[in-house]
Design a protein around this ligand. Structure first.
Ligand SMILES: NC(=O)c1ccc[n+]([C@@H]2O[C@H](COP(=O)([O-])OP(=O)(O)OC[C@H]3O[C@@H](n4cnc5c(N)ncnc54)[C@H](O)[C@@H]3O)[C@@H](O)[C@H]2O)c1
Length: 276
């Protein structure tokens, strides 16, 4: 064992939820090279060779239960990657309630042993969670599937922005109770990334930070560039990191917050919930 092995996944079993395409697929691909045994769950067909593929529909709790039956065993690293865009029916389940339900069931079934870790994909869209925390805590307290869906619908929050805020608030809130069980939980909050989902919503999703990319001579992220920090966060190398929502947007929003890139300031203040 060398010191650098803490970044690897040899002998570990990883579950990637939403691993058919985009960042989830890149995560699964990276995990293969990192030495993990991999299970991929997705609604879509999984084409990556050498992994156990299980179909799941995150908008249906029975489907999640059946997928966990099919997975069985324990999981050392869970990657909750699946997500859909505004306009998709059931967005509140696919982007938050379904992921949380799966984690709750995995805890109940003792599928996440001490030393395991969870890596979620939130979004830059979710960064304003702190200023909305009181409201989000009401949702976080509702563990029942139907009641949580109803609460989200009743509060007019069944949209991308609020469900990504819920993911961020959930990650921060679970840091302590999870760690008591020996589990860490973190998320990345990607900026624009070249995936099928972003391409399908190109005007809105790639529209963010166009000027910043031009002024820095950079491009939108590749799925692999987002998979790297996600895989790191769930590795032993990140043992000291817990409850964090790591912004992986190449510095656009922080440059806006401090004013070193003033074009980004209004967007950054809005997304961080700092507009008064
Ligand atoms: N691409 C971006 O610019 C960007 C930016 C910030 C955050 N994100 C987030 O990144 C995550 C990954 O998205 P991506 O951009 O790689 O897109 P993607 O569409 O390539 O990946 C999403 C995956 O989720 C799966 N999925 C969708 N609905 C499902 C359901 N009901 N049940 C099970 N699986 C389902 C899809 O089949 C797909 O494989 C999402 O949570 C998204 O919100 C994306």
């Amino acid at each position: 064992m060398g010191l650098y092995d803490a970044f690897r996944y040899d002998g570990k079993r990883a579950l990637v939820v939403g691993g058919a395409t985009g960042m989830g697929a890149a995560t699964a691909q990276l995990l293969v090279e990192a030495g993990a045994e991999i299970v991929v769950m997705d609604y879509a067909e999984v084409t990556l060779p050498g992994v156990k593929a299980i179909q799941v529909n995150l908008s249906e709790k029975d489907s999640i239960d059946a997928a966990l039956d099919a997975c069985g065993g324990t999981v050392d690293a869970l990657f909750s990657c699946a997500g859909v865009a505004d306009g998709t029916p059931g967005i509140e389940r696919v982007n938050f309630i379904g992921h949380r339900y799966m984690i709750d069931r995995m805890l109940e079934r003792e599928m996440l042993p001490r030393g395991s870790a969870i890596g979620m994909i939130s979004s830059a869209a979710g960064l304003g969670w702190e200023s909305n925390l009181e409201l989000l805590q009401e949702l976080l307290a509702i563990r029942d599937w139907d009641a949580a869906v109803q609460w989200v619908v009743d509060h007019g929050m069944a949209d991308y922005f609020h469900m990504k805020q819920a993911v961020c608030a959930y990650v921060a809130t679970e840091a302590f109770p999870m760690l008591q069980r020996g589990i860490r939980i973190n998320a990345i909050c990607p900026g624009p990334t070249d995936t099928p989902l972003a391409r399908a919503n190109a005007e809105q999703w790639f529209g963010l930070a166009t000027d910043y990319r031009a002024d820095t001579g950079t491009d939108v992220s590749t799925p692999l560039e987002q998979a790297y920090p996600l895989v790191f966060l769930a590795s032993q190398a990140a043992a000291a990191i817990n409850g964090q929502t790591v912004v992986s947007d190449a510095g656009y929003l922080t440059s806006g917050l401090v004013g070193s890139y003033p074009n980004a300031t209004p967007t950054a203040q809005f997304l961080f919930g700092r507009l008064t």
